[in-house]
Design a protein around this ligand. Structure first.
Ligand SMILES: C[S@@+](CC[C@H](N)C(=O)[O-])C[C@H]1O[C@@H](n2cnc3c(N)ncnc32)[C@H](O)[C@@H]1O
Length: 248
């Protein structure tokens, strides 16, 4: 069961009674959260690329995918985008033509309809695939090098299987040396799972949104690096989540 809920920036998100969580932070605002925690850092950190390959975990209402289109069209019109997004809830995706999206997504109505009815969209500058599948299995099978992973699953406590050390090993393989993981989670267990897979972990903080996390194997100049050795020393019993204990 899901109901639409207006968040504090005026944009609508949804509440899932199954997971007892909103799809976005209602305080940060759905659109604002997507922009600040995912889209802005992803594009800033790949500003030199003319083709971006994005993994959007998980599609949900599609804010990260749609805002990536808007951001590309507004600031990087020559960049081509390829987006792969797994999502378990096929009924939700099929219903999205009726969702009360923000005004800025109005130009993408036809794309939303194609995703809802065909599971994807393609033109000369854009390729989007929304696959109705388990993201954990999908990340095991996905191949190639990707530039960004929007890690936007329900929280580690609500959906642990998408936050484990083994899960992030697959994400690390897909991100290579240059890719960026963006996530709202600042949980130590999440940061440990990233760190254990060779990612540098960074704080994403700023005006108007709660702290978030960025991770990459490369050094990110303009972000404050999280001192994981210090965190581990201060929390010697802290552990990353593991597949085995994530009720697979
Ligand atoms: C926090 S919401 C995603 C928010 C989304 N980024 C947006 O902009 O609306 C989490 C989504 O994960 C989906 N989900 C939960 N478990 C999943 C799994 N194992 N594989 C794929 N999707 C899953 C839920 O159906 C839900 O749509």
């Amino acid at each position: 069961m899901k109901k639409w809920v207006q968040s504090d920036d005026g944009s609508y998100t949804a509440y899932s009674s199954e997971y007892d969580e909103h799809y976005h932070s209602t305080k940060d605002g759905a659109l604002n959260e997507s922009l600040k925690k995912h889209i802005e850092p992803a594009f800033a950190l790949h500003a030199d690329k003319d083709h971006l390959r994005l993994i959007d975990i998980c599609f949900g209402l599609g804010f990260n995918t749609l805002l990536s289109l808007y951001y590309r069209d507004t600031y990087f019109p020559d960049t081509t985008l390829e987006i792969y997004s797994p999502e378990l809830d096929g009924d939700l995706v099929a219903s999205l033509s009726d969702f009360p999206y923000p005004e800025i997504f109005e130009p993408y109505r036809n794309i939303i309809t194609d995703i809802a009815t065909l599971g994807g969209y393609e033109d000369e500058r854009t390729q989007i695939t929304v696959e109705i599948t388990d993201a954990r299995a999908a990340m095991r099978e996905l191949e190639g090098r990707w530039d960004v992973c929007y890690q936007d699953a329900f929280s580690p406590s609500a959906n642990p299987m998408l936050w484990t050390r083994e899960y992030f090993a697959d994400i690390a393989r897909l991100m290579g040396e240059e890719g960026i993981v963006t996530t709202y989670s600042t949980a130590l267990a999440t940061r440990l799972a990233l760190h254990e897979n060779g990612f540098n972990v960074y704080l994403n903080s700023g005006e108007g949104y709660r702290n978030a996390t960025l991770a990459s194997r490369r050094v990110l100049e303009n972000y404050e690096r999280v001192d994981m050795a210090h965190k581990i020393a201060c929390n010697p019993h802290a552990q990353s989540l593991k597949d085995e204990s994530a009720a697979l």
